[in-house]
Design a binder for this molecule. Structure first.
Ligand SMILES: C[S@@+](CC[C@H](N)C(=O)[O-])C[C@H]1O[C@@H](n2cnc3c(N)ncnc32)[C@H](O)[C@@H]1O
Length: 359
């Protein structure tokens, strides 16, 4: 005999989170940006409030979750900056959006492995307001944090996790997308018209209004040093190119990418590509000399990742692990197409890794 086994709103994601979002809508509509913010960061049930979202067992992989080699490359880059600053006795590595600390652990292990002045100088500060890690070598903190004299700010896939405003181009201007609850599911409704400089004339696009101010404040965290950003994105003309009809908003659920933000609510990642022109402008306005963006594949090749693979030849298991990891980290259709932006302030020199410009 059939009985009623319909899961109700649980079929759309975390029912407690959905209840909170619907309560906030209060019978009306909220901007898509607020929907995305609640889905990812609602204080109790938001996607990033729980550990274990990233990596093989989670919904998507990031470079630090592939192999410590990514962190070793970043560690070598930070040490180069430290040397070019005259090897100061105190050198901070500040990582906003550090997640559970995989990149931090690889960098600190690398520094310990080198046993020189760099290891003694490094202080690692991880800014993670959601589900921080617990490595005792790291200072886990939340904003605001004070600026340091010398150091590097490094961010991996931070900006692409910020909530975005969603727009649809129309002959009258850009129409903002709002979200309402129809009693059974979330649905989109069209809101007011906004004038946006250089906005696409057709299709959908996103505006990440947190990226520019966040980059400006990150640039203020080190008096002398560098900023290194890894993120999916493009310069503005490419991000808002006419042929891109559907924007870049994507959802990731158990390693499957799709385009529906209104299912698996609170149980899937939502992300959109970053406007690298804005990041570069924010850094330049803060007095930094900017390099890139270049593709991660070119950056890692240039700083010497192939050498890390070859160095493991004597240990076949490790050699194949590194070779597989390097292929993934430099895959032009995957992590390798991440863009890398470097910026320096208070010292001279050509930043390593930026010899080749992104195509
Ligand atoms: C896509 S995950 C990347 C995590 C890690 N960097 C990695 O590569 O594995 C984005 C991270 O940014 C964090 N985050 C989001 N907004 C933030 C903010 N305003 N300040 C610092 N971290 C933030 C999230 O909690 C999450 O841990």
């Amino acid at each position: 005999m059939g009985i009623d086994i319909d899961p109700g709103v649980a079929a759309l994601g975390n029912p407690r989170l959905i209840e909170r979002i619907v309560a906030e809508m209060d019978g009306g509509a909220i901007p898509f940006e607020r929907f995305m913010e609640l889905a990812l960061y609602e204080p109790e049930y938001g996607y990033y409030r729980r550990r274990g979202r990233i990596g093989k067992e989670g919904d998507f992989v990031t470079s630090p979750s592939i192999h410590p080699m990514f962190g070793w490359a970043v560690a070598g880059w930070c040490r180069w900056v430290w040397q070019n600053l005259g090897e100061p006795a105190e050198f901070a590595i500040i990582e906003p959006g550090a997640g559970q600390g995989q990149l931090a652990a690889a960098i600190l292990d690398w520094a310990e492995g080198r046993s020189d002045g760099f290891r003694d100088a490094v202080r690692y500060i991880a800014i993670e307001p959601n589900a921080p890690g617990d490595d005792g070598r790291i200072e886990w903190t939340t904003p605001p944090i004070s600026a340091v004299e010398a150091g590097v700010v490094v961010a991996n896939e931070l900006f692409d996790a910020f909530p975005v405003r969603l727009f649809e181009a129309s002959p009258r201007g850009s129409v903002e997308i709002y979200v309402r609850w129809d009693g059974q599911r979330f649905e989109e409704v069209r809101g007011g018209i906004t004038a946006i400089d250089d906005a696409p004339a057709d299709g959908r696009f996103e505006v990440n209004q947190y990226a520019y101010p966040a980059m400006s404040s990150l640039c203020g965290l080190v008096e002398r040093g560098a900023v290194l950003v890894f993120d999916y994105g493009y310069p503005q003309e490419e991000l808002w190119a006419d042929w891109r009809r559907n924007g870049t908003l994507m959802a990731f659920y158990r390693h499957t990418a799709h385009e529906d933000p209104y299912i698996h609510v609170g149980e899937q990642d939502l992300t959109s590509h970053v406007n690298f022109s804005e990041l570069a402008t924010a850094a330049e306005e803060a007095g930094y000399a900017v390099s890139g963006p270049v593709r991660q594949s070119a950056f890692l090749a240039s700083v010497g990742m192939p050498g890390l693979v070859e160095a493991a030849r004597a240990d076949m298991a490790e050699y194949f692990a590194r070779r597989r990891a390097a292929e993934q980290l430099m895959d032009p259709g995957g992590l390798g197409r991440i863009n890398v932006l470097g910026a320096r302030r208070g010292f001279d020199g050509k930043l390593p890794g930026f010899e080749e410009e992104a195509e």
